[in-house]
Design a protein around this ligand. Sequence first.
Ligand SMILES: N[C@@H](CCC(=O)N[C@@H](CS)C(=O)NCC(=O)O)C(=O)O
Length: 196
Amino acid sequence: MKILYSPSSPYSNKVRMAAHHAGLTVKSVLTDTNANPPDLIGNNPLGKIPTLITADGKAIFDSRVIMQFIDRETKGKLYPRNAQKRTEVEMLEALCDGICDSLLAIVYEKRFHPPEKIHQPWIDRQWEKVTRALDHLNANMPKTAAKLHAGHFAMAAMLRYIELRFTGEWQRGRPKLKNWTQKFEKFFPDHAQFKL
Ligand SMILES: N[C@@H](CCC(=O)N[C@@H](CS)C(=O)NCC(=O)O)C(=O)O
């Protein structure tokens, strides 16, 4: 089983940390999406990472589908069994992934356009979503203890990504969020393997 990934991809980071935590053995294969490698395009027409390829060659994407797959393969290591708690965890994951979607939209706007074509109102709109969502998270922090779940990995990956691309720009006024990574890392001792 392998995951096509890039170290700076937050969704890849989420699924790789989650697979490790759940005890699923998966090989990570460094993948440059810009080069459209056949292994990626042939398995995922969207050409996006993460893409998981099972031992019998079946492709699984996107990251939320991969997370559910890992959960089933490991008999429920990532999501709570209780329906209401499960929805809460899935919502936390969706929120953190959604923040990453907006951050990536900003990064790609700048990366793939010549300077005169960069549309600042689009960037501002995406950043508004990010700031609203971060404020919401800071006011509604998930309980974090030894039993980690999918939402924790999504949040850890998102915070690593925002710090990588928007260093020092998100912490002000959000002390709980700012201090959360330290707490998470205490319960996920192998975190250093997954630094962005
Ligand atoms: N919703 C997808 C998003 C995946 C995604 O956008 N991945 C980025 C890297 S972080 C990518 O592959 N970008 C290359 C491209 O869009 O061509 C998921 O959760 O897996």
